[in-house]
Each structure stands twice: as C-alpha cells, then as structure tokens.
Design a protein around this ligand. Structure first.
Ligand SMILES: [Zn+2]
Length: 272
C-alpha cells in the first residue's frame, strides 16, 4: 500500500510539472500580448523660460530625454508606436513616442536643434489655417525644413482647431456634419499639397471626441487619433482614441519618470 502510493506520487509529479510549465508558457505569451503598450507624450511650446502654462523649458526637455534614455526607454516614431499597438510589429517593453501639438514657432527655433542633435523622432500635429498666417505659428518653409530632417512626422490637428462641442451646439445638424467633414479632410489635402505628407494621424483639438467624430475621422482616412489621458496607450485602446500624457514644465525630470514608472507598475498589477 505504502509503495503503491509512493509510485503514484512519482508518476504524477512529472506530469504536474509539465502542466505547470505549459501553463506558465501560455500565461507568459498572453501577458506579452496584453502588455503591448507605448507611453505617448504631448508637448506644446518650448523656450528658454516658462512664458506660459504650455511652455516647457528646453533644458527641462533635454534632461527628460537624457533620463528616459538612461532608464532604458526606447524613443520611437509615432508611426512605429501605432504599428506596435495595432499588432503589426513588436514594441520594446519601455517604448516612448513624442508628439507636439499646435505648430508653435518655438518648435522651429527651440525644438528643432534638439531634434537634430539628439536624433529624436517627433510627430507634430498641425492645424494648417495657422501656418504662415498666425504670428505665433511656424511657416510652411520652416515646416518643410523640419520634415527634411527625416526625423519628424507631420499630422493633422484638424483645419483650424475648433471646439467641436461648441460647434455642435451652434450649428444645425447638417451644417455641423459638413463642418466636421471639412475639418477632417482639408488638413490632409493641404498637408499633402504643401509638404507632400500623407498625415494618417489626427490629434483631437482640446481632446474632444465622440463616436460621431471618430466615424468622421475614419471616413476621412485617419488610421489613428489621439486624445489626452494620464496613462500609457495599449493594444486594448481604440486606435481612434489613444491617450497621451500632457507634459508641462513643472513635471521636470522626476515628475515625468515617476509618472511613467507608476503607470508601468500599475499596468502590471492590474493585468492578470
Ligand atoms: Zn491643440
């Protein structure tokens, strides 16, 4: 009786080990799939000093980039990050993509030298009505020079950065639909004509979006659209509502790394 029990025990153990090993492999595989994520940062303006709430000092930005690289983050283009989130390629465990909204002239005067020196991939979201028009914005010539570096993608931030919530209240339903279509389609046409770029991505002005706007974006040919949100974008997110961390000067280096580290940690705890 005793020896029979002993025999059963040694026969079952290897099988159990095999099952456990197999379960571990399955878990590891699904965890890898679930953890497909990228931290997408959004900046607005740059400068030697903090001129307004949306300006990040050049020195702070440079220190943030240096620290992220030191901490093992991989800086990728937004196209690369989206392809990864879409399952078309693998993302490094700590992936960061940098975006800059609004086409402020400090992108040319302050950010461009840093992009060149650091070989930094950056995506700009532009609303073409301001370019070569508003005093705070870049010119088409400056944008062309930036695109010429081969490091910068230019995408759409609609045509004139409307507040879609206000426009929906203001306009009759038919007029609103027409307005939305125009704001989606025109920037792609203009960016193609002026810079020769396809602009497959959209940043929602003020982060405002809903299912109707998302449908209009898809109909206009956008493959991904970006909002704000204090968390990483993951493969579980809709490609038309991907969150980005809004970065301001006061985060500094410590604030940014804490933000990204805490989020990575939270993601691991929440995901089974
Ligand atoms: Zn904006």
């Amino acid at each position: 009786m005793g020896s029979h029990y002993y025999q059963r025990k040694i026969h079952i153990c290897p099988f159990r080990l095999f099952v456990l090993a197999w379960m571990a492999i399955l878990t590891a595989t699904s965890t890898f799939a679930a953890e497909r994520a990228a931290a997408i940062l959004v900046y607005h303006r740059f400068g030697a000093s903090v001129a307004d709430s949306m300006t990040t000092r050049n020195t702070v930005f440079e220190a943030q980039i240096a620290r992220l690289r030191q901490d093992g983050y991989t800086m990728v283009s937004l196209t690369h990050a989206v392809a990864g989130l879409d399952g078309k390629l693998e993302l490094a465990p700590k992936t960061v993509a940098i975006t800059v909204d609004d086409g402020h002239r400090s992108v040319y005067t302050d950010l461009l030298p840093i992009i060149r020196r650091e070989h930094l991939p950056v995506a700009l979201f532009i609303y073409p009505s301001a370019i070569s028009n508003a005093s705070y914005a870049m010119t088409w010539q400056q944008l062309a020079e930036i695109v010429g570096t081969g490091l910068v993608e230019v995408h759409s931030h609609t045509y004139w950065h409307p507040n879609f919530r206000d426009e929906k209240r203001r306009l009759a339903p038919d007029r609103y639909r027409e307005f939305v279509r125009d704001q989606m389609e025109k920037p792609r046409r203009v960016l193609k004509a002026k810079l020769g770029v396809d602009a497959p991505f959209l940043a929602w002005p003020f982060g405002i979006h809903d299912t109707e706007l998302e449908a209009a974006a898809a109909a206009a040919g956008y493959r991904a659209a970006f909002m704000l949100g204090e968390r990483e974008a993951t493969s579980a997110d809709s490609l038309l509502a991907l969150p980005r961390y809004l970065i301001v000067d006061s985060y500094g280096v410590a604030g940014l790394t804490r933000l990204l580290h805490d989020d990575q940690h939270r993601a691991k705890v929440i995901q089974p």
